[in-house]
Design a protein around this ligand. Structure first.
Ligand code: ADP
Ligand code: MG
Ligand code: MG
Length: 916
């Protein structure tokens, strides 16, 4: 009887047979046959040695539940017919005492799912067929061992009998006969175990172990179906966002035996090394073993390479099959096999999971070997993997001997080694003393930012993958383990204890955390640093990405070192250079503060002078002090810009003029107030004056206050000196033979008039410089689009701007009406957890809302100025999903932090490929 002659009773085709080189299904039918079933059919078709069997479809599973947990009509008849076909092909019979057919029953959904039913092996055995099996193999021990396994598996998985109790029965006999391993128990011993197991089954279920093979099969099939809605499986699907209505298939196939002696065995192997990507078989096998023995850890398996010595023919055949499967599936395979008396059988194949390093190497090797195309290679690597490859990792040898303290969420990848501190201020103090710290908190909030910024890594006891700690850590590129619930942190005692490992660590102790796995280790483990330059495969693959991508990839860099690093990572320009970041360096903060403190008086004095008044000595002095400070700043900034232009060697540099509110550079109001109040009458005039100025500059909503272009219009000197510094730097660099491409960017524009006024101011400065230097200046003038009104009136704004850069951080804040600092430390986490919002819009652009503002601005900007250059410099510029969006709206480039540049290059290529 073959597929075409086998009768079908059920209304639908629920059963797909495979065997003897033919299969009714194939590898494309994962929905209906599940991953395992599709793989078995495909392997059979390809002529590989697969024991015969059949797959009951996922549709049958769904219909089973629809009918109130009853097999669909006719299914059982079709199953029996399929069994008959396997019998015919194998020459054995299910329940045949002379020559018994034994079956395995395996679950298999579309996606591989831990939590689904375990596999039942050796189904079909009972007291009679057992005797047949023994006679046939002339191996009594083998027979009893097979029966023992069957009762144990079927008992636990199908009948719900306690696995521990049954394991204990085996252990008791092992102890009694002095056996170290299962294989040391002889036939008599196994017989005894079987009697014990049967007694346990009777005790727990109230019935004898089922003896009818067809009844066994019926129960096993239903148990597989039932496992689809088991709690573990359900939880897993919720977690992985796998729909609940896919159903599972059931694979029933002829048993082959790896436990028939030293010429038999079973194993699991990858066609390439899944941790390094090296193109050699990688895996383990056990001789004289069955099923899960390899992974169960009862006996120590041998590396697959040993198979070459022990069973050279089987090894050669397996190697050939692995190669064939790789070429067939065009991907690295994870395979299960069994050798029965020297004969190799394939039991499963699927695409193997791999590390980031392996993914990149395999993709690049497979292109070189012409197994896949460059485009496919690009699609096989997750952008997050590229990120991982640029972070420090633990030395694998150091990890081997390490003591694990706890495990939390792998919130931000990388290895962080440091001494424990429990608060942000301490972190800063210790780092200033030259120490390395890991910040441990119950949770973090924006108040902890300064500590997070200096720490090697962050560990929190609470909070998920979008908690403040996780979000911030990813942004600033720090390793982070979040939500480590087993950790009890005691701030008062400055200790933390893991309830699981019982380890307590205190302030100053060294710990090592792995943000890629979520593990926390005792002591300072050795690390190996990630060197981009040495990662040839990664560079090759990213080179292919550059051939494919349309979007430019620029970087946000404020310093020459950052610019240089980003360039080495492939950045094609600086999309955001934040001038004010240089205001905090060294002596500058003092100069800046000095200027700000007299700025009010100086502005007033100047206005008086312009109105024709005469100045008194104090007013005169205010202007002089202010101008003096500004001149110093200008000279310092010019040096900065020269450094950056030089580092970028002819690539464009977008410099944003001062953005934050001025009081960010002043001492904080509360502290100043406390100082003056505590000093009381002893407070100096200077202290009081400082307080008065800080108070006068205080704003209720600084993020919506005097900042950005507004500041430039109120105190023009800041933008004037910055413009001069930029353009004079250009002149200087070009005189030295350099090629400085300057683009001046105005932040926070909401009305075109703001831009036209500030532009007037700046062009006047530019003209002066051009005249003074006798050089024609080459610069562009543009703006950020980060205020909703700016986006909505982009057509007007484009008249004054030759480029737009979307500041999606502010745009998101203002479109949502969230203050980011307050939101991310507060309700936003809850919002994401409770799915009020599908994701954190500061991490991934909200395409439906904020994205519309971007689209409108793109359209309107181009309508006014078709060649307007459009980029994004918000943090979204380094987020792969957001990059897909920016590709779809046709921006010219994304700009992101230096270490995101390689990630963005890949994501930008993937965005093009996804559109095809
Ligand atoms: P999982 O999905 O957990 O990997 P499988 O259904 O692949 O479970 O089964 C686990 C193991 O059982 C396999 O690796 C294989 O060793 C063994 N097994 C399954 N079917 C057979 C069979 N027909 N003959 C021999 N061993 C089998
Ligand atoms: Mg398997
Ligand atoms: Mg902004």
């Amino acid at each position: 009887m073959s597929a075409s002659t086998r009768p079908q009773v059920a209304a639908k085709k629920y059963v797909y047979a495979f065997g003897a080189g033919e299969a009714e299904g194939d590898g494309t039918m994962r929905d209906l046959l599940g991953g395992k079933g599709a793989g078995l059919a495909e392997m059979t078709k390809a002529g590989l040695p697969v024991p015969g069997g059949f797959t009951i479809t996922t549709e049958a599973c769904n219909d089973y539940f629809a009918a109130g947990e009853a097999l669909p009509e006719g299914l059982w008849e079709d199953v029996k017919a399929a069994v008959t076909q396997v019998e015919a092909e194998s020459g054995k019979g299910l329940g045949d005492v002379e020559n018994p057919l034994l079956l395995s029953v395996r679950s298999g959904a579309k996606f591989s799912m831990p939590g689904m039913m375990d596999t039942v092996l050796n189904l079909g055995l009972n007291e009679q067929t057992l005797q047949g099996l023994i006679k046939l193999t002339s191996n009594e021990r083998f027979g009893w061992d097979a029966y023992r396994r069957f009762i144990q598996l079927f008992g636990r998985i199908v009948l719900g009998v306690s696995g521990e109790r049954m394991d204990a029965a085996l252990d008791a006999v092992k102890e009694k006969v002095g056996a170290k391993q299962d294989t040391d128990v002889d036939a008599e011993g196994m017989k005894e175990v079987v009697q014990e197991l049967k007694a346990i089954v009777l005790d727990e279920t109230g019935s004898e172990f089922p003896q009818d093979p067809y009844q066994q099969l019926d129960l096993a099939i239903k148990a597989v179906f039932a496992s689809w809605f088991g709690k573990r499986a359900r939880d897993y699907r919720d977690n992985q966002k796998i729909p609940h209505d896919l159903g599972t298939a059931v694979n029933v196939m002829m048993m082959v035996f790896g436990n028939m002696g030293e010429d038999s065995g079973t194993g699991v192997a990858f066609s390439r090394n899944p941790s390094t990507g090296e193109n050699v078989l990688f895996g383990e096998y056990l001789t004289n073993a069955q099923g899960e023995d390899v992974v169960a850890g009862i006996r120590t398996p041998s590396p697959i390479a040993h198979l070459h010595d022990q069973m050279p023919e089987a090894h050669a055949e397996f190697q050939a099959i692995a190669d064939r499967l790789e070429h067939h599936y065009r991907d690295m395979q994870d395979m299960e096999f069994t050798i029965e008396r020297g004969r190799l059988y394939m039991l499963q194949t699927r695409s193997g999971k791999r590390t980031a390093a392996a993914a990149v190497k395999i993709a690049s090797d497979m292109v070189k070997d012409e197994i896949i195309t460059k485009e496919e290679a690009l699609q096989r690597i997750e952008p997050g993997m590229v990120d991982q490859l640029l972070r420090d990792q633990y030395d694998p040898d150091a990890l081997k001997g390490a003591t694990k303290i706890a495990k939390g969420l792998n919130a931000s990848p990388g290895a962080a080694v440091g001494q424990v501190v429990f608060d942000a201020d301490h972190a800063v103090e210790w780092v200033e003393q030259g120490k390395k710290v890991v910040l441990v908190r119950i949770e973090t909030s924006p108040d902890d930012f300064h500590g997070m910024a200096v720490a090697e890594g962050i560990l929190t006891a609470r909070g998920g993958a979008t908690s403040h700690a996780a979000v911030v850590a990813r942004q600033i590129g720090k390793p982070c383990v979040a939500g480590c619930a087993e950790l009890t942190v005691d701030y008062a005692a400055r200790t933390a204890t893991s309830v699981n490992s019982g380890v307590t660590f205190k302030e100053g102790d060294w710990i090592s955390l792995d943000g890629g796995t979520g593990e926390v280790f005792e002591g300072a483990l050795g690390t190996v640093s990630a060197d981009y330059d040495e990662q040839d495969d990664l560079k090759t693959v990213l080179g292919w990405a550059d051939e494919v991508r349309r979007l430019g990839v620029w970087t946000n860099a404020d310093k020459p070192e950052e610019a240089e690093r980003a360039r080495s990572y492939g950045a094609e320009g600086i999309g955001l250079c934040r001038t004010e970041h240089m205001f905090r360096e060294g002596e500058r903060l003092e100069i800046v503060r000095g200027a700000i403190l007299v700025s009010g008086a100086a502005m007033r004095a100047r206005a008086k002078l312009e109105a024709g008044g005469t100045l008194d000595a104090e007013e005169q002095a205010a202007i002089e002090t202010f101008d003096g400070a500004m001149a110093k700043l200008e000279a310092l900034q010019q040096g900065d810009f020269e450094g950056i232009f030089e580092a970028m060697k002819g690539l464009p540099v977008v410099v944003r003029l001062i953005d934050p509110p001025l009081h960010e550079f002043l001492p904080n109001l509360e502290e100043t107030l406390v100082e003056v109040t505590e000093a009381g009458d002893a407070a100096t005039a200077e202290q009081r004056e400082l307080l008065a100025i800080v108070q006068s500059m205080h704003e209720q909503n600084p993020m919506l206050g005097l900042r950005g272009v507004r500041l430039g219009l109120m105190i023009p000197d800041f933008v004037k000196i910055q413009t001069r510094a930029i353009l004079n730097a250009q002149v200087a660099v070009n005189k030295r033979g350099g090629d400085a491409i300057a683009k001046i960017m105005i932040p926070l524009v909401g009305h075109v008039n703001e831009l036209s006024r500030v532009r007037g101011l700046l062009e006047a400065e530019a003209d002066q410089i051009a005249e003074a230097s006798g050089v024609t200046l080459d610069y562009k003038f543009g703006t950020m689009i980060e205020i909703p009104r700016g986006a909505l009136t982009a057509d007007e704004i484009a008249k004054e701007a030759s480029f737009f850069s979307f500041g999606t951080n502010d745009l998101t804040q203002m479109a949502f009406g969230y203050s980011r600092d307050d939101a991310e430390g507060g309700f936003l986490l809850k919002y994401v957890e409770e799915k009020v919002l599908p994701f954190n819009p500061f991490q991934t652009i909200d395409a439906t809302g904020v994205g519309q503002l971007v689209e409108i601005a793109v359209q309107k900007g181009r309508a006014t100025r078709p060649d307007i250059e459009l980029g994004v410099c918000g943090e979204h510029g380094g987020d792969p999903e957001s990059i897909f969006f920016f590709e779809s709206v046709g921006l010219d480039y994304v700009s992101c932090s230096p270490f995101r540049v390689p990630v963005a290059r890949l994501a930008a290529a993937q965005a093009v490929l996804a559109d095809k």
